[in-house]
Every structure is written in C-alpha cells, then in structure tokens.
Design a protein around this ligand. Structure first.
Ligand SMILES: [Zn+2]
Length: 195
C-alpha cells in the first residue's frame, strides 16, 4: 500500500471521516512542512503512551488518579456513573456536579457480546463497598442500551445501603450525553429520581 493510501485508510477509520475526507486530509498534510507532520505524529504517539484510565474511576488521565478524583473539594460520597470518559467532560461543562465519577467503559449490548463482565461494574460495586458512598447517580445515555445498563447496575446495588438515582428524561431519547448542552445536563441531574 502506498504511503498516501496507508494514511488515508487509517484516517478513514476515525468517526465522522469518510474516504473522501480522509484523502483530502492526507493531501493537506502533504502540503505541510515535515516539521509539522513530525509534531502531529509525536502528539499521536504521546497520546497513546501517556494517557490511561484513572485507577479509581476509569476517567482518562496521565497520572495514577485523574484530576477529579484527586481534587479534595469534590464530594467523594456522590458518584455519577457514565458510559464513557467523554461523558465526563460534557457533565463538567454544565458545571453543576461536584461529586466523583465512575466510567463503565460502554453499555450492555448482548448482541455485540458486551455483557456486565466487559464493563467496570464490579469495580463500581467494590468502590461502593469500600468507601462511604451516599448516592450513586446513573447517568448512562437515554437509549435502550443505556436504560438497560442503568437498570442492571441499579439491581446490583439494590442490597447496598446507598441511594441510587437516575438522571431525568430532559435529555432526548436515544440521544448522547456527550452532545447535550450544559443546561439540559444540569436540569437532568437536578431532576434525578430514586430508582
Ligand atoms: Zn478518577
């Protein structure tokens, strides 16, 4: 495979990038200075080398604990459960939530072979057992799979002395938390209900 085809086919694997855009980007990169290309390559390499999941919440971090887990001003008795680390930035943008997070790493999807053991559910149960948690807010996406995941986690937590809440339905059904605006997210969190 030629160098051009090689890069174009790698770029085409990215979300939202079709074959045509991938080729356009490749030709654009060819026009850049070798120095600029080297910086891009280095940025990509250091991304995969330096960024890894937080030991406690599975948010992305370059240290052992993420910036949220290591912030003493956050309410450690309140955990917001999300599907992906990118959901955290969406909720943080809303600026209302002062607790900690737990990233599941996806949602239950039996047809795709994603069962509870593929997600960080056991880690959540261990966290709830090991630390004083007052409330767990289930902020999985308002999709079928997101609802099924919330229900599953709620059942796992049912016997524990913790309040389990689900974010309100202000979010569009089938929508993605990541793309919701801050006001909608803040309202959905404020109007959460006990499961
Ligand atoms: Zn963390």
């Amino acid at each position: 495979m030629s160098a051009i085809d090689n890069l174009a086919s790698e770029l085409a694997k990215l979300p939202g990038i079709g074959r045509k855009t991938a080729l356009r980007l490749t030709y654009h990169l060819l026009k850049q200075s070798p120095e600029q290309s080297r910086r891009l390559a280095e940025a990509l390499t250091s991304l995969s080398e330096r960024v890894h999941p937080c030991e406690r919440c599975f948010n992305l971090t370059e240290g052992e604990l993420c910036s949220i887990c290591s912030d003493p001003r956050r309410d450690a008795a309140l955990i917001c459960v999300v599907e992906e680390a990118s959901d955290i930035s969406a909720i943080e943008r809303a600026g209302e939530f002062r607790g900690l997070y737990h990233v599941l790493g996806g949602r239950l999807s039996p047809l795709d072979g994603i069962g509870p053991e593929s997600l960080h559910i056991e880690d959540l149960l261990r966290r709830v057992a090991a630390t004083e948690i007052r409330e767990v807010i289930l902020a999985t996406n308002p999709s079928l799979a997101g609802e099924a995941t919330a229900l599953y986690v709620q059942r796992q937590l049912a016997s524990r002395p913790v309040t389990v809440t689900r974010i309100a339905r202000g979010l569009p059904v089938g929508g993605d938390l990541e793309y919701a605006d801050g006001v909608t997210i803040a309202q959905a969190l404020a109007a959460r209900r006990t499961m």
